[in-house]
Design a protein around this ligand. Sequence first.
Ligand SMILES: [Zn+2]
Length: 477
Amino acid sequence: MIKINLPLLVFTFGLLFCGNANAQQSIYDSASEARMYRDVFILASDSFKGREAGTIGEQMAADYIAKQMLQIGLLPKGDSTGSYLSRFRMNYPVIYKDAKLRIENIVFKHKEEFGATDLSSQGNVTAPFINIGKGIPGSTQKEKAYDVAGKIVIIDIASGSRKDGNEVLPEDIIYLVKSVVKQGGVGVILHNSSRKTTEDVLFGSPFTESLTVPVVYLARLPYNKISKISTGTCTLSVEIDRTVSKPANVIGWIDNKSAKTVVIGAHYDHVGITKSRTGGDKTLQIHNGADDNASGTAALLELARWAKDAKSLKYNYIFAAFSAEEKGLFGSKAFCTRSWVNNDTILYMLNMDMVGRLGCQGDTISAIGVASSHVWDQFLDSIQHPDFSIRKINGAPAFSDHAPFLKKEIPVMYFTTGLHPDYHTPNDDTEFINFKGMVELQRYMQNFIRSAESLPAIPFQKIHSLQNTKAYIQTFK
Ligand SMILES: [Zn+2]
């Protein structure tokens, strides 16, 4: 019988096991690296033409990401059953070429005294006008007094016009203007007699559907020139160049039957084919956006693979690949218009934008938005990584997809490896991506997500504008 040297045996097995565990870890790491390499390589390939929102390149990228989500086994959370695609209307670009407004013999200055609104269509009308004040053309007895057919209608959007006296919402104004159109009105001039109601709901929304008549907004002081004129003739013309497209967010999730959900997001669109931001060569070139943000998208898919296999995660996890970030955060804004996106349901939002260049800012990654919850600062100190340090940035300026979530008072954490000279140039290519760094970042974020589950609460905290200004400087210096 052979004499077993137990300590030796244990040591050997330990070695084997350790060896095995390390071997397993490095197999996992290299498989993870290979998967992320493949995703970045494909998304940042010329055939995707720089993935500009609203183009075929973006569509191809959306299909690729949806296929990955299906393979991972995420539940689809798109518009229709079984779909990961969640489309939104995007008015971009919208060029207000020109507009004219003349009431009786008073001519108003475009862009100074009045301007075309998001609701406006192109058009040129001369017709009698009617001023209905805070009235609503339409259904109830009293309002039938306003015969708007064939007329240009002047409406006061001041909050008084809402029965409950509350702030006038975009949908209220849309309802008003739609009632005018339904009653045969041929143009609309909106003004605002109250200082409470903010007219900026009329401008700059990428989602608003335009209506079939010219709709302009006349500022408060210029309106006084005509406030006493009750009837007469008006000429109203608007010239707009509005490109409408339907980009898609790609959304999948893991339903752990929890009351709380975490949103993990990364935009997958980029700037497409355009002139380089730097250098003399001003020809149109494909901007492949390997770091911005094929890297974040690949990291998102890899976190989904991990979370899908991870045992005992207690919250639900939504994985959202946003589009049209480069156009103005339109994808994440559209996502946040959903009623269930609120700080009761959503515990926090983790954003990844440009996570492929670990080392470009020394061995640090930036954690942006630390002040969006008072627990983040200490929590970040509790999670270390041997290969890099965490640069904590309190503010979270609106330069990536975390911003619309902050507006909904949802705590955010935005990770990035930082800016580099290839940012938004044709040189942001796959060969410059630090994939080993992305594997280490994966390990760090997996630790972050799992450890965040043991936090008793992650209360929202409003970020002060000074913190945002400082964060902007810290990020772009
Ligand atoms: Zn980006």
